[in-house]
Design a protein around this ligand. Structure first.
Ligand code: SF4
Length: 231
């Protein structure tokens, strides 16, 4: 029997405390047992780490990818490779408007003039729609990536979407990621080896210099640091 919606915030808070020191696999196993097919992984295809991890715990698990229409070809290629190689079901969600339709309605290069509006149209709304069939979702965000992510729980309540949010690698460091990728030969977006440690839409992502904050290449110079998916 599934947990009543009213009880989910408490369930998430308790699991966050109980699983704080658990391995990523244990966190994922808890989510799969608790939510079954109503649990989905979200991936931006910077790499296939979370998809690989989840496939070892729950073969065939759904992986949600938001195709904003502005992705690098390498990101779409990584999505296709993950779908081919790992035992997961990749589900691509598109915005309601194509880029051409958005340009016609709001003017060209909305991402330059109002990136929050562009992200709302091309990321935030599609994620809400893509997550609608599920009760819990997982992302690959980590506490050490940004000050805005320092307090994320391993499991937490996503009040904005009224869902349980699972962050299995919240406590990992960049070195932990590198070690897992090397050990398991995880698929990685080729741009990661070309100066892009954090990869978003092409117009809003630039290369970063060695030693620079890995996320400083996202919306560089605009003051924006998050697309609205994880805050
Ligand atoms: Fe638009 Fe840039 Fe946000 Fe992508 S990251 S949705 S191009 S503002």
């Amino acid at each position: 029997m599934s947990t009543p919606v009213a009880d989910l915030p408490a369930l998430a808070a308790q699991a966050g405390r109980d699983l704080e020191t658990a391995s990523a696999q244990e966190v994922l196993r808890w989510a799969v047992i608790a939510f079954g097919e109503r649990f989905v992984i979200a991936s931006s295809m910077g790499d296939g780490l979370l998809a690989h991890l989840a496939s070892t715990v729950a073969p065939g698990v759904d992986v949600l990818f938001l195709d904003t229409g502005y992705h690098f070809a390498e990101t779409l290629g990584t999505r296709d490779a993950v779908a081919q190689v790992y035992d997961v079901q990749v589900r691509t969600v598109l915005p309601l408007l194509t880029v051409a339709q958005q340009d016609a309605r709001y003017g060209e290069r909305l991402h330059e003039r109002d990136p929050d509006a562009c992200c709302a149209l091309r990321k935030v709304e599609p994620l809400v729609r893509g997550l609608a069939p599920y009760t819990a979702w997982a992302s690959g965000i980590r506490r050490d990536e940004a000050s805005t992510r320092r307090d994320i729980g391993v499991v937490e309540w996503d009040a904005k979407r009224s869902m349980v949010k699972v962050n299995p690698i919240a406590t990992w460091t960049a070195a932990d990621v590198d070690a897992y990728v090397a050990e398991h030969g995880v698929l990685v977006n080729p741009l990661a080896f070309d100066g892009y440690p954090s990869i978003g839409c092409a117009p809003c992502t630039r290369r970063v210099a060695p030693g620079e904050d890995p996320r400083s290449g996202r919306w560089a110079g605009s003051g924006k640091t998050e697309c609205g998916l994880h805050v």
